[in-house]
Design a protein around this ligand. Structure first.
Ligand code: ZN
Length: 326
């Protein structure tokens, strides 16, 4: 995740190399763009605020550079800034956008350009939403929306107690491509299982789920997560106790955060006790050691924990979500 310090460093000491470079002459750009598009992207113009519906559009998808079609932003990083220009908190990749100091109009600002073709996009400010705190204020005319197609993957990180159980559940869903057990939400890099079980690192046992949003929605994954563990017991799942077993959902954008809050509101009447699930900004995911991966499938006949704890959870899950299973 880029921070304001990264942006200042890029603008001062040089930008990361782009995945591709696109070069055209000024005449070629003028030929392929409309007058407005040419003025904004090639002459550093600014469109009038509120001049595009793109400000209020939050449908899933990516936003590419109008000039060279390189993907620059993802809808999960888009938020409503109220400024009248489409606003994002992060680029799609750290090297998608390049940054330059801009002293025009008597102001000191950081200009954002497409790192592949140099198209002017807008400016970056440090008053965006947490956790990154960045606001990319972008001209809608510099962007082209790409609607998602089957096969474009998203990831989400959930904690619901022992990751052997959580992994076994999500592996069985249609649209889920990959489930990796690991650790998230703690204070040290690359923690070991031993360190995490001490409860001192602050990490939760989690799973990272890679899914196809055209087959299974973020909302459905949230509903399944909440209803297949106990979200009402603080730092505890059954006999497993400790902060590493806390119920947690990590969000990557303000948009995801509000979807999570809506789903929690929707399901809370079904629980006898209040939901204590932590909703936290995603920072890092560390894969767990190999012997934790695919644990239930590999150990169901060996470890009694599988038959005593995991199997009953899977039974409940099968009853609830028959039609969503592989
Ligand atoms: Zn471009």
């Amino acid at each position: 995740m880029l921070t304001w310090l990264d942006i200042l460093r890029f603008a001062t000491s040089g930008n990361p190399s782009p995945d591709q470079k696109v070069k055209k002459s000024d005449d070629e750009w003028r030929e392929m763009l409309t007058e407005d598009q040419y003025y904004v992207t090639r002459k550093k113009g600014t469109e009038r605020p509120f001049s595009s519906d793109m400000c209020q559009s939050f449908e899933p998808g990516k936003y590419a550079c109008l000039c060279c079609k390189t993907p620059l932003f993802d809808s999960t990083q888009k938020f409503d800034s109220g400024t009248g220009w489409p606003s994002f908190t992060q680029p799609i990749k750290p090297n998608a956008v390049s940054y330059y100091k801009d002293h025009s109009h008597g102001m000191y600002r950081i200009e954002a350009l497409c790192n592949a073709c140099g198209a002017h996009l807008g400016h970056v400010f440090q008053d965006g939403p947490k956790p990154g705190g960045l606001r990319y204020c972008i001209n809608a005319v510099s962007l082209e929306k790409i609607i998602p197609v089957a096969g474009e993957k998203q990831t989400v990180v959930f904690g619901g107690g022992c990751f052997w159980c959580t992994e076994a559940i999500f592996q069985k869903l249609k649209g889920v491509e990959k489930v990796v057990s690991g650790y998230s939400g703690g204070s040290i890099k690359n923690p070991t299982y031993h360190e995490v079980t001490s409860g001192l690192t602050g990490h939760a046992e989690v799973v990272e789920i890679t899914y196809d949003p055209t087959i299974i929605s973020f909302e459905d994954l949230l509903r399944i997560h909440i209803t297949t563990h106990d979200p009402t017991t603080l730092n505890r799942q059954g006999a497993d106790r400790g902060t590493q077993y806390r119920s947690v959902i990590f969000y990557r954008s303000e948009k995801e955060k509000s979807i999570i809050e809506n789903v929690l509101d929707e399901v809370s009447p079904y629980f006898e006790n209040p939901i204590v699930t932590e909703v936290a900004p995603f920072e890092y995911f560390y894969s767990a050691e190999d012997y934790h991966q695919n644990y239930f499938e590999l150990n169901k006949n060996k470890n009694p924990y599988c038959s005593v704890v995991i199997e009953p959870k899977l039974k409940k899950f099968r009853e609830l979500y028959q039609e969503k299973m592989v």
